[in-house]
Design a protein around this ligand. Structure first.
Ligand code: HEC
Length: 150
């Protein structure tokens, strides 16, 4: 009788240990999966309805990218770096103290695109990497190509 109960306690102990072990082992992949789904849920990474329809991105699409990379920490407020404010569409079109950074209809000649791709130095964001993804640069390029409208 005594033997039997020792065996039962032992078995119960074993299954608890096994349970804890399984839970610990499962936690890694579970957390990784959670993180991955949180990332795919980021609206800034997802294609906007405009992109899916093949239409030009709107200023709101552009502002979302600018905000995601915190450009306005430097290019905003009363004393923006290089005199360039990215606070709104009008300021963006006004450009920096050196001149325009956006040539509507001509993204290839727009300093902002050259900076984002690192074809003009220093590359932006100044604090990068991370740099913008190709899709994010393309959002801004296609917005400029379509006239950089409000
Ligand atoms: C940590 C501060 C900082 C951040 C963040 C930052 N910049 Fe800049 N940016 C600067 C400074 C400083 C310069 C001037 C550097 C130079 O050309 O000598 C500059 C220059 C530029 C220029 C060139 C202006 C000109 O006429 O030569 C553009 C365009 C620009 N930034 C766009 C951006 C964009 C877009 C982002 C976000 C993706 C960004 N920057 C993030 C500090 C910053």
């Amino acid at each position: 009788m005594r033997r039997l109960s020792i065996a039962m306690v032992f078995a119960a102990g074993l299954s608890i240990v096994a349970g804890v072990l399984t839970a610990t082992l499962m936690e890694g992949p579970y957390l990784a999966a959670q993180e991955a789904s949180a990332q795919t849920a980021n609206p800034a990474d997802a294609a906007t309805p405009a992109q899916e329809a093949g239409k030009a991105p709107t200023y709101a699409d552009v502002a979302a990218v600018i905000s995601k990379y915190h450009c306005t920490v430097c290019h905003g407020g009363t004393e923006p770096r290089a005199g360039l404010s990215l606070d709104d569409q009008k300021s963006m079109l006004k450009g920096s103290k050196r001149g325009p950074v956006i040539v509507p209809g001509n993204p290839a000649n727009s300093e902002i695109i050259l900076r984002l791709k690192g074809q003009s130095e220093p590359r932006m964001p100044f604090t990068g990497p991370p740099w913008l993804s190709d899709d994010e640069v393309s959002t801004i390029e296609r917005w400029i190509a379509a006239g950089a409208r409000e």
